[in-house]
Design a protein around this ligand. Structure first.
Ligand code: TIU
Length: 219
């Protein structure tokens, strides 16, 4: 077992039953001219998470942790995009043409993971139609087959896909740890509030720490 300083109290995990999940570090969210920017957001706020994620990903790979990546997106014919989701976003809609291809559509350049955090062979990529990584995907099955019990969750955005995935994981019986500098939001106050909610009431959803603490524990 490895133990690290975390909030609201120390967190222990067994690397053999722990997976690192990198949520939606896609060009559409993190790079200029994608979905995130089209929604009116400043992507530089999300780019802060790239370097901590990169360092943690390197450490996790060295320590032999199971690594999983997710991407949010839809089929080109939009058949797995609910009408309620298609109409959101103000002036920009899923499936519209952007400068990195059709927005949040599988197979388009903007849908892919940023080069800095690109998956390696053997690291599953979960394509998900929703915000949570467990909804309408085989993630739970893949984790169960590997005997995974604890998740370290990174990625974007903190209060949307990271938080939704953390809550889904908690309800499925996983321990959840979020390194706060490895996730980010277009709204820094939402990032802070989401992490407060997760660790409140004695880690009601999970624990919060940072990249350096997890990397030290993995050494
Ligand atoms: N818009 C926003 O903050 N997030 C998303 O739409 N998806 C994810 O968080 N991945």
């Amino acid at each position: 077992m490895k133990t690290l300083d975390a909030q609201p109290f120390a967190y222990s995990f067994d690397p053999a039953t722990t997976a690192l999940i990198v949520i939606d570090m896609q060009r559409d969210f993190v790079e200029p001219h994608g979905f995130g920017e089209a929604l009116g957001n400043d992507v530089s706020l999300l780019r802060r998470a790239i370097d901590p994620c990169r360092r943690l990903l390197d450490a996790a790979r060295r320590a032999g942790l199971f690594v999983v990546h997710t991407r949010e997106g839809h089929r080109p014919d939009l058949s797995n995009c609910p009408a309620a989701k298609l109409t959101r976003g103000g002036k920009t809609f899923i499936g519209q043409q952007g400068s990195m291809g059709r927005i949040l559509i599988q197979g388009e350049p903007g849908h892919d993971i940023i080069p800095e955090l690109y998956p390696q062979a053997g690291e599953p990529i979960i394509d998900k139609p929703g915000k949570g990584a467990f909804f309408a995907t085989d993630l739970h099955l893949i984790l169960q087959a590997r005997g995974i019990r604890s998740l370290i969750i990174c990625g974007v955005t903190t209060e949307v896909c990271v938080q939704t995935t953390a809550r889904e994981a908690n309800d499925r019986g996983y321990e959840v740890l979020i390194p706060e500098d490895c996730c980010a939001s277009y709204f820094p106050e939402f990032h802070r509030a989401a992490l407060e909610m997760i660790k409140a009431q004695g880690a009601i959803v999970g624990w919060v720490s940072d990249a350096d603490a997890v990397i030290d524990a993995l050494r």
